[in-house]
Design a binder for this molecule. Structure first.
Ligand SMILES: [Zn+2]
Length: 277
């Protein structure tokens, strides 16, 4: 079900006091992989771990339980004692809070790397004093970290839900419908458009349920329930391989517990069960 938010993390642009390096946590990335100590589960590194590594970029993230957190881009080149783990592989292996902090670190490193120079005039940028932004000293252009809002929707009809298999997924694996918000659209318009495009149905009674950061690479998933209104299932060519109605108690293989699509499905199942008992 929906994870408990907020946690013990307090976001910040710069440390409020002198950083106690010995207690600080370093989310270190080399390319798309997070570094951790080998022989241990994936986790943030200590100052002792990173002090010898070739560090390219270091970004303050905030404090977790009073410990300063940093995102660092490193060049490890196979230094012994370290292992790498892709962000996606962290899912289900580490606590959710660690995954989201790692996702935050990865996105900010990538953003800083891609905005080293002003997109308008080409001058080297520097970090904004007060905001999570990079600013151009020549023309004043400000670049903020990029987020791509995306909606994900569980369509229901009585005690059934609609699940679809994306054409790129293996057979037998089903999930809810999802799609990116287009410029100029409201989230609700995206839900109506994507459901119509992907399976040819009209929906009504949209209910916003919650969200999940999805750093692959910059998505923010906004989850809805929507009630079926009319139409027959017509799958979008090359996008949706198959889509069917499933009764709540006979679902196919669905996403694991760390995914928002699963939270949307579980919430529906609990609601039906609440009605039944
Ligand atoms: Zn500029």
């Amino acid at each position: 079900m929906w994870p408990d938010t907020p946690d013990h993390f307090v976001s910040g642009i710069k440390p409020a006091a002198e950083v106690d390096c010995e207690r600080a946590l370093y989310f270190a990335f080399e390319g798309e992989a997070m570094l951790s100590r080998s022989q241990a589960p994936p986790a943030a590194l200590s100052y002792d771990d990173v002090r010898w590594l070739d560090r390219r970029e270091s970004i303050y993230l905030g404090e977790l339980d009073g410990r300063a957190c940093f995102a660092v881009e490193v060049k490890c080149d196979g230094v012994p004692g370290f292992a790498t783990c892709s962000l996606r592989a962290l899912l289900g292996q580490v606590e959710q809070q660690v995954f989201y902090l790692a996702g935050r670190a990865f996105q900010l490193i990538e953003w800083a790397r891609n905005h080293r120079f002003c997109g308008a005039c080409g001058t080297e940028t520097h970090q904004h004093e007060d905001d999570r932004a990079r600013v151009c000293p020549n023309c004043g252009h400000i670049a903020y970290p990029r987020l791509s809002p995306s909606m994900i929707v569980l369509v229901w009809r009585g005690d059934e839900i609609l699940l679809a298999r994306n054409a790129a997924w293996p057979s037998g694996f089903f999930s809810t419908l999802a799609g990116f918000v287009e410029p100029g659209e409201s989230l609700e318009q995206t839900v109506h458009r994507e459901v119509k495009e992907e399976v040819g149905l009209k929906v009504t009674n949209l209910e916003y349920k919650g969200s999940q950061s999805w750093p692959f690479p910059n998505a923010l998933m906004l989850g809805f329930h929507a009630e079926y209104e009319s139409g027959e299932i017509v799958c979008q060519d090359e996008e949706i391989a198959e889509a069917h109605w499933y009764k709540w108690d006979s679902l196919p293989s669905i996403p694991p517990g760390w995914a928002i699509s699963r939270w949307l499905i579980d919430e529906f199942v609990h609601r039906i069960n609440g009605v039944r008992h």
